[in-house]
Design a protein around this ligand. Structure first.
Ligand code: G6P
Length: 607
């Protein structure tokens, strides 16, 4: 979603800011803007890609060593230039960019209008620029603190004032802000990927903190002006991991990085002698975890499907009762926590607003709250009692791929850890460990089929609709495969539990409505075959994903993609790969913007 970059130092700000915005493009946005201070102030905005803004900035060549920039994902008001950030006050002294939502902006706007303030946009953000103007009495930091004290909602902001051309004020509540410290220069951004090219020394701002950055200097206070002392941490994201390398798209690169991502998820986490997993991040809560009876998993999007997978796996390997819930719905349910309820939040970014709100609610009610997160130091990672990192590396493509397979791998490890503390035998544990160790090599075999899958995409990409079916462990994969195809190739796709298909979707089946059937030879295989027969009887075309050497499909499928055999529980790690490649190739063939699909954002920080 929206992105922020800020720079103050010894170098010209324009290139650093525009490059920073490009690094944040992957988050999803629809307009952008930049402000640079010098003797004159410079403000430019553009609708559409950052390249449009870049063109304008290169033409204007604004001088200046301090500036802020923003990519906006529209919430209040359409993506237009007036609505793009930075926003200014009446006298164009204050320049402000904002991520998040100001919930009480309407009454504030009404009061400010009555007091004579002039507004130029339909955004909630603009009230903040006017509040800073109103509160300003010579000290910018104090004015920002006073302005923010009137705000309900979430914010990550960066503010410039023409009277203070050597400093930038930043503040955070709910929307991340990271400060980067260099030699005689300082940076700030909503995401470390915009900082990695410049420095490896970062400070994560906490909620309700305000920072003042000057060239090479940082000071932090609370909103109430109490000083905060926090030293920098080493940033682990490298600038190289943000490059596409030989791949045409980040999504393809990330699909191909999956064997390595699974290896990283497993590294140091397998105990062969006891047939169990070792998850250091859960050690402090292991006793409580072993007493738990009830697990609620909350997440959104692809992470939600990883949660649905976990339900089957935890129930198979442990005696826990497991519920999986969309984070955005979880908060509307009456939460009847029993003694020993554990809530697990799954999130690639660690910033998804609904997931964060769900875990806060669960924490307030006294549950043990765990996180499974990819981005180190993110809000969810910091707010949970304990958790596990995916270590999948930065994921840039909006459509989640390697994060999903990392999540699935670690969820299997978590279930193994808890299961071995209960009834699961050593034999079952070690067989799972051996299965997991084979997965990276098996994934590499599947990735070799990319050109075969591209041929299938050539055959099927003109379909307007697609059905994905699977049962048990493969049901969440059917949902994930359908999500991939709709989000990047814009083909309407439905993921369905194969057994449920005859209660509705089968009415749609005809020669123009193909189905992708997940039919590895697992415990649900025979049943899926019956469902495929039902589709065949209605002249539906079928692509089947099945296990190598299965020659029993006969004329049931028009096309077959074979995957290596594994333990039933682990087969989803393999079946999902051809589905990702299929969606990718369909999207490329349909001319879609694979890494930045329309209307979507990588990290959804609004509720
Ligand atoms: C957005 C992204 C999805 C992601 C979902 C949940 O919708 O486009 O790829 O699955 O958010 O994000 P999280 O970071 O919480 O896993």
């Amino acid at each position: 979603m929206c992105g922020i970059v800020a720079y103050v130092g010894k170098n010209s700000a324009r290139k650093i800011l525009v490059d920073g915005l490009k690094r944040l493009e992957y988050r999803g946005y629809d307009s952008s803007g930049i402000a640079i201070l010098n003797k004159e102030s410079y403000l430019a905005k553009a609708v559409g890609k950052v390249a449009m803004l870049e063109e304008r900035v290169w033409k204007d060549k604004p001088e200046g060593y301090v500036g802020i920039a923003h990519t906006r994902w529209a919430t209040h008001g359409k993506p237009t230039e007036p609505n793009a950030h930075p926003h200014t006050d009446c006298s164009r002294q204050v320049f402000l960019v904002h991520n998040g939502i100001i919930e009480n902006y309407l009454p504030i706007k009404k009061r400010l209008l009555a007091a004579g303030h002039k507004f130029a946009s339909e955004t909630d953000t603009e009230v903040l620029a006017h509040l800073v103007e109103e509160a300003y009495k010579g000290k910018l930091e104090a004015a920002v603190q006073r302005a923010l004290q009137q705000i309900q909602g979430t914010f990550g902001i960066a503010v410039l004032h023409r009277d203070h051309p050597d400093q930038i004020i930043l503040a955070r509540r709910g929307s991340p802000i990271v400060l980067g410290i260099g030699k005689e220069e300082s940076f700030a951004a909503s995401d470390t990927s915009a900082l990695a090219a410049h420095t490896d020394q970062v400070i994560y701002l906490e909620d309700n903190e305000v920072a003042c950055i000057e060239a090479g200097k940082v000071s932090i206070t609370t909103l109430e002006n109490r000083p905060v002392s926090r030293g920098p941490k080493l940033l682990e994201v490298s600038a190289e991991s943000m490059e596409r390398g030989k791949y045409e798209h980040f999504m393809l690169k990330e699909i191909f990085e999956q064997p390595e991502a699974v290896e990283n998820a497993l590294r140091g986490r397998l105990n062969h002698s006891e047939g169990v997993a070792k998850l250091g991040g859960l050690e402090t809560v292991l006793d409580r975890l072993q007493q738990a009876r009830h697990l609620i998993i909350v997440s959104c999007g692809t992470s939600y499907y990883a949660g649905l997978y976990a339900r089957y796996v935890f129930e198979a390997l442990t005696d826990l009762t497991v519920e999986t819930e969309l984070a955005s719905e979880f908060r509307y349910r009456k939460l009847n926590l029993r003694q020993g309820t554990v809530v697990l939040a799954i999130s690639q970014s660690g910033e998804t607003a609904d997931t964060l709100a769900a875990l806060r609610e669960a924490k307030r009610k006294g549950a043990l709250v765990l996180g499974l997160v990819n981005v180190v130091g993110s809000s969810i990672a910091r707010e949970t009692h304990a958790g596990v990192y995916c270590h999948a590396g930065i994921e840039v493509g909006v459509a989640s791929t390697k994060s999903f397979t990392s999540q699935v791998t670690i969820l299997a490890l978590m279930a193994l850890l808890i299961g071995r503390g209960r009834d699961l035998s050593y034999e079952e544990g070690i067989s799972l460990i051996h299965g997991l160790e084979e997965i990276p090599g098996q994934m590499r075999e599947i990735l070799k089929k990319s050109s075969q899958i591209r041929k299938l995409a050539e055959k099927y990409n003109s379909a307007e609709h697609f059905l994905f079916i699977g049962r048990k462990y493969q049901y969440p994969i059917a949902l994930e495969g359908a999500l991939k195809l709709k989000e990047i190739a814009y083909i309407h796709s439905e993921g369905y539990a194969a057994g449920e298909m005859k209660h509705g979707p089968i009415a749609l089946i005809d020669p123009e409505f193909p189905t992708l059937a997940l039919a590895p030879e697992d415990g649900a295989y025979e049943k899926v075959i019956s469902n495929m027969q039902e589709i065949r009887a209605r002249e539906g075309r079928i692509i089947a994903v099945t296990t190598e050497g299965n020659d029993k499909l006969g004329s049931l499928a028009d096309d077959v993609i074979e995957i290596p055999r594994s333990n039933d529980i682990l087969m989803p790690l393999l079946t999902v790969v051809p589905l990702q490649l299929f969606a990718y190739h369909c999207a490329v063939l349909r001319g879609c913007d694979v890494d930045k699909p329309r209307n979507l954002a990588k990290s959804v920080t609004v509720e």
